[in-house]
Design a protein around this ligand. Structure first.
Ligand code: ATP
Length: 506
């Protein structure tokens, strides 16, 4: 059994070998934390986008889409708080010269204590069997209680120092906890410094009145500044939502976890505008709804969990993350935040324009509250891919790597394979291809043995292969092979479209 780290490495190399993800600028030795999506990766990514877009925009009459520009007026980032506060505290190890986020070092430390607690609880569960009451155990067992208190003390001190911008104390805490650099193993740390994550560039000619502008670090602000344009042009009534898929850029300090933490990535965000006072109900609604969306992909519910924030950002009155169990552990996949009227209020102040919704029935205007669902497209890609990746030993002793992707997301839906490159089989196969290619993404291949071609289709996650053989020429039937079970059945050529329609919609 491969360790999780091995598994992660395998997924990365599989992604490259089979045309899902390439490191950016590879022939120039790459560009750190930037990736390109290959021929099958772009299909998978597009399918994820469509699945999200349909569930948000098509299935909700009161949610509409937007595609706002990446470049925006620089004052937007002043209003949103990003210029002053979109910082990560960073610390360097003088021996390894590696840079870390101070919060990540502290969180990894508390995670280790949590792991200890979990082990203790698991042991107790085995000892007590059915009668075991975890809640009671956690609140009465002295060792567990001591460790829980330790975590609480660390977190409280850390967050309060960060809030006060007392970076010297953050460093003192790292030293007191005896946290070592995972690379050098030493405690030889620099000071902690704040590092703004926004990329900036110049707009206009550099020598004349060039303006510093930023590459957006989130897509949300494009939605807020267009709130009235959208509401009026699409005649939306509260509650309503605006959805957007687009690139975001962050100069991440620690960026070495493949698609998990990239410097250029994509977000799928939806901002839901509600009446003040109703935001917590809608927050609960979207929490449930978004979890339902994730599990609708057929990935087991145990792979997801909520992580409610105990420390809320200044603009939020409720926040949770949906975490996914990646090969690198449970980590944030999506954020759901009740953002109050912070954003619209700030843009009103900075722009001097009213951003109010006018309630016709009550004949009064107000600044709506916002509930946001913010999902990383690349992290969803990684979640889906890592769950789908499987190495199997077959009955004949050989092995295969298969991506058991849900059919709706699979880059290629059907492969069309003439058994041999002669006797009129390729011509017959082309006839079938020419009908099917207008309905689904198909892949035609006649090179190599049929076994090899099946393996290649398994490796990119193609749910079905249609093989055209000599019998096809006699009775107009083909074999249909299922990726997961590897079972084959014979079906009539003229029924292929209907059968595929049914199977692929499952
Ligand atoms: P993290 O704590 O992991 O840095 P975050 O809380 O800053 O994430 P948000 O600002 O809430 O993230 O962004 C919403 C979503 O965008 C995240 O849940 C994640 O899926 C995605 N995302 C954020 N940063 C990155 C990144 N550097 N690379 C890939 N996806 C990202």
């Amino acid at each position: 059994m491969a360790t999780n780290e091995d598994l992660f490495k395998k997924i990365i190399s599989h992604s490259k070998e089979y045309g899902f993800v390439f490191p950016s600028s590879e022939i120039y030795d790459g560009l750190s934390a930037v990736y390109d999506y290959g021929p099958f990766g772009v299909e998978l990514k597009n399918n994820i986008k469509t699945y999200w877009w349909k569930s948000m925009v098509q299935y909700h009459e009161n949610i509409v889409g937007l595609d706002s520009a990446i470049f925006m007026h620089p004052t937007i980032w002043k209003a949103s708080g990003h210029v002053d506060a979109f910082n990560d505290p960073m610390i360097d190890n003088k021996d390894s010269k590696k840079r870390y986020r101070a919060d990540v070092l502290v969180e990894d430390h508390t995670q280790k204590i949590e792991d200890k607690i979990r082990k203790e609880v698991d042991k107790a569960r085995q000892r007590f069997g059915e009668t075991f009451n975890e809640q009671m155990y956690r609140t009465t067992n002295p060792r567990v209680m001591e460790n829980l208190a330790k975590i609480e003390t660390i977190k409280t001190r850390f967050y309060s120092s960060l809030e006060k911008n007392d970076l010297a104390d953050v460093r003192a805490l790292i030293e007191e906890l005896a946290i070592v650099c995972p690379v050098s193993g030493t405690k030889n740390w620099t000071e902690v410094r704040q590092f703004n994550l926004m990329f900036s560039t110049q707009m206009g000619s550099v020598n004349e009145d060039a303006n510093e502008i930023f590459l957006r670090p989130e897509t949300a602000q494009g939605i807020f500044v267009n709130f009235l344009n959208v509401q009026k042009s699409a005649r939306m009534k509260i509650p309503f939502g605006i959805a957007q898929i687009g690139k975001a850029f962050r100069n991440e300090i620690v960026a070495r976890q493949f698609l998990f933490r990239m410097r250029e990535f994509e977000q799928m965000e939806m901002q839901y505008f509600v009446k003040p006072g109703e935001e917590l109900e809608w927050f609960a609604y979207w929490k449930k709804e978004r979890m339902r969306w994730h599990t609708s992909l057929g990935i087991p519910a145990e792979k997801y969990r909520f992580h409610d924030h105990d420390k809320l950002a200044h603009y939020a009155n409720a926040a949770t993350d949906i975490e996914f169990e990646f090969p690198i552990g449970f980590k944030e996949l999506e954020g759901i935040h009740s953002r109050t009227d912070f954003d619209l209020g700030a843009h009103q102040k900075f722009s001097g324009r009213k951003l109010q919704y006018f309630d016709q029935e009550k004949n009064e205007g107000y600044v709506p509250y916002v509930v946001e669902t913010s999902l990383g497209l690349d992290r969803t890609f990684l979640a889906v891919l890592s769950h789908a990746y499987r190495e199997e030993k077959l009955e004949d002793g050989t092995e295969r790597v298969v991506l058991s992707l849900p059919a709706i997301l699979a880059p290629v839906k059907v492969a069309i394979l003439p058994l041999m490159k002669k006797d009129g089989l390729p011509e017959k196969a082309r006839e079938i291809m020419d009908v099917l290619k207008y309905r689904f993404r198909c892949y035609y291949e006649e090179k190599d043995t049929i076994g090899r071609r099946y393996r290649r289709m398994d490796a990119i996650g193609t749910p079905y292969c249609i093989t055209i053989d000599h019998q096809t020429l006699q009775d107009n039937t083909v074999t249909l092979r299922d990726r997961d079970t590897m079972l084959q059945e014979r079906i009539p050529v003229n029924e292929i479209p209907v059968i595929m329609d049914t199977k692929l919609s499952l």
